[in-house]
Ligand binder design. Structure first.
Ligand SMILES: [Zn+2]
Length: 234
């Protein structure tokens, strides 16, 4: 057990701390910007759901439903059920934040409709990434608890962690592209005015930054695990 404690509280723990701080900053920044623009009504006065339906129709997409869901910042596009799921605070709100988030999720629906390659790849990797995410830590902990025989488990766990990090890296172009499409749609569809674009961009950039922070934090964690595994063998 002492052996395991040593590995969990060694100097490479700094890498984990850096990752945690980055994620916290990105989340705090998103919360701040999101709540600010949730209070700024858009000039068009349309709700998140209306913006979403307008964007889908402007792109000839009629087989995607827009549904309200519970929670906050739980908005997503589900390519399997072909639904744009908007949290109730977004679905019914006429704010800049609401129509920006709604447009972003429609950006994913447009990606899906146009068979955008990074989205196809990401969707294909989802099952593997979630299994890897669930198994990697248990395997690594078991590996460190077992003395010599643990190496195999540690390496398998680290490999699964690598799959998770790669999945988070493929997610980045998908997210940035969805936001770029969202802004384009909001402008071309006349859903927001020129002087509102800055606010919409801030909301979308803050959201994208949280994905970057998660990917960086996990890449640092991966690096740490690789260093620990090496020093254990050495
Ligand atoms: Zn997204």
């Amino acid at each position: 057990m002492l052996n395991l404690l040593y590995y969990l509280y060694d100097p490479t723990y700094m890498l984990v701390i850096i990752g945690i701080v980055l994620s916290m900053l990105a989340n705090a920044s998103l919360r701040f910007i999101y709540s600010k623009y949730l209070k700024v009504p858009s000039m068009s006065g349309i709700r998140g759901v209306d913006a979403a339906l307008a964007i889908l129709r402007n792109n000839g997409i009629y087989d995607v439903q827009v549904l309200p869901i519970n929670g906050e910042l739980t908005d997503n596009y589900n390519p399997v059920s072909k639904t744009v799921n908007l949290s109730e605070g977004i679905y019914y709100s006429t704010s800049i934040a609401a129509i920006s988030v709604a447009a972003h999720e429609c950006g994913h629906a447009i990606q899906h409709n146009s068979e955008y390659l990074p989205l196809t790849l990401r969707t294909a990797v989802v099952p593997l990434a979630s299994i890897s995410g669930a198994l990697s830590w248990p395997l690594i902990v078991i590996g460190f608890l077992l003395s010599k025989a643990g190496t195999f488990f540690i390496q398998l766990g680290i490999f699964m962690f690598l799959i998770v990090v790669l999945f988070q890296i493929i997610t980045l172009p998908v997210e940035y592209d969805a936001s770029a499409r969202a802004l384009k749609q909001l402008k071309s569809g006349g859903i927001i005015q020129d002087n509102e674009i800055k606010g919409a961009k801030k909301v979308l950039d803050a959201a994208a930054l949280t994905y970057v922070a998660v990917a960086v934090a996990n890449a640092l964690q991966l690096l740490r695990l690789m260093l620990l595994s090496r020093s254990r063998r050495g």
